[in-house]
Structure formats: structure tokens, C-alpha cells
Design a protein around this ligand. Structure first.
Ligand SMILES: [Mg+2]
Length: 226
């Protein structure tokens, strides 16, 4: 794909703690085989920068921690609320300018959101605003457990229709596979299409995916046409 036309991939989620960071890191490693120089960014962290460090590793340490994650706030809260505690203010235009500046020098960009799609990130934006402004392809991570169908469909319903058609859903197994998890995959693939719903099995090691995880991530990467 023409590097200029390659859309930013934006990993958002149905909730916090659903596997966004592991998914973003695995995807960055997988895509770097076909797109050398791909980088994964975490614009805003709260309560620690472990996510940004994981993405820095996955991006082959091409960028500094402050380039991967320019904004970080101490309190483990939604970013807007954590920033307010420090009397700091973050605006959509700042984050857009920073991502676009990196886009000029990198052939592929992945962005991990903070929290879920509508979690307030700055004074005037959430992940949905950022996805729309970047014309990014949304990748919706969801914990593959009872309730995943409803949560996934709610997040898709909150996206603009044009973006829903491009979005990918990734059901992340946080425990060993269950009958519920399998039925979630079958239903969502039936509803949304095989190519748009991917299931990532539970991995023993978050930093190094095993073979089954690798196959699933590879399938997701191919469906994105990278
Ligand atoms: Mg994360």
C-alpha cells in the first residue's frame, strides 16, 4: 500500500484493561515485518508509563519514551481528570499536531487510546474525536467474556457509520478459551463479517506472543491490507 495512503490504526477498547496494549504491541511487531519503521504511540498515559514502555520495545526503540508518550499524568484516572489534578490542560489540536509530525517520518503509525472510546482524554476530546480527526481505522479491543457482544456493538454504534465499515473488532481472551468466548466470535463474525472480527487467544507472556496468538495477529494484519 502507498505509504501516503496508509491510514493510522487506532486501537481503542470497550473498557480499560481489555488488552489494548498487548494487541497494539503485537500488531506493531507483526506489521514491522512488511512495513519496516512502523511505530506504536501512546499519546496519553495516566498512573504510570508501562504501556508506553511496552510500545517502545515493540517499535524497536526507534523513538524515545517522550516521543511515544508526550503526555503523562500521575493519578490513575481518566486522562482529563488526571490532568486537571495537576492543573494541566490538553487539547485535541496538540495531539493531532504531534501525531501528524511523526507521520511524516514513519511509514506506519499505530495509536493506542487511553481507556475506552468515550473516556475523556483532554478538555475538548475523547478517542472518538481523535479517530475521526485522524481519519484512522478503528480497532476495537474487547475482553472475550460474557457481555462482549453488547459492549462491542455499543462501541460500534458510537462510531460514525463510515468508520464502522472500516473498523476491526478484536476479541481478546484474557483466560483460557471458554464456550462463551467461542460463541461470541461466531455471533460477531456472522453479524459483522469474518474479515472484521478477529479472536486472539490467551497468551502466557504479554511481551512475546505464542504461535496461536501470532497466527491471529497475522490474520488481523492481512485483513487491514498492510
Ligand atoms: Mg493499555
Amino acid at each position: 500500500m502507498d505509504p501516503v495512503k496508509r491510514p493510522i490504526l487506532f486501537v481503542t477498547g470497550t473498557d480499560t484493561g481489555v488488552g489494548k496494549t498487548a494487541l497494539t504491541a503485537w500488531l506493531a511487531r507483526c506489521l514491522s515485518v512488511t512495513v519496516p519503521g512502523v511505530v506504536a504511540l501512546k499519546p496519553v498515559c495516566t498512573g504510570g508509563r508501562d504501556d508506553a514502555r511496552a510500545l517502545q520495545e515493540a517499535s524497536g526503540k526507534r523513538l524515545s519514551l517522550d516521543e511515544i508518550n508526550p503526555w503523562h499524568f500521575r493519578a490513575p484516572l481518566a486522562p482529563l481528570l488526571a490532568a486537571r489534578r495537576e492543573q494541566k490542560e490538553l487539547r485535541l489540536a496538540q495531539v493531532l499536531a504531534w501525531i501528524r509530525s511523526l507521520q511524516k517520518s514513519h511509514p506506519g503509525i499505530l495509536v493506542e487510546g487511553a481507556g475506552g472510546l468515550l473516556t475523556p482524554i483532554g478538555e475538548d476530546f475523547d478517542a472518538r474525536n481523535l479517530i475521526v480527526a485522524l481519519r484512522a481505522t478503528p480497532i476495537v479491543a474487547c475482553a472475550n467474556r460474557l457481555g462482549a457482544i453488547n459492549q462491542t456493538l455499543l462501541v460500534l454504534a458510537a462510531l460514525p457509520p463510515a468508520l464502522v465499515l472500516r473498523a476491526r473488532v478484536v476479541l481478546m481472551s484474557l483466560t483460557r478459551e471458554t464456550a462463551v468466548a467461542r460463541s461470541n466470535v461466531v455471533f460477531l463474525q456472522e453479524r459483522l463479517g469474518m474479515d472484521r472480527v478477529h479472536a486472539v487467544p490467551c497468551s502466557a507472556c504479554p511481551s512475546q506472543p505464542d504461535r496461536r496468538v501470532g497466527v491471529a495477529i497475522d490474520g488481523l494484519a492481512r485483513s487491514l491490507g498492510w
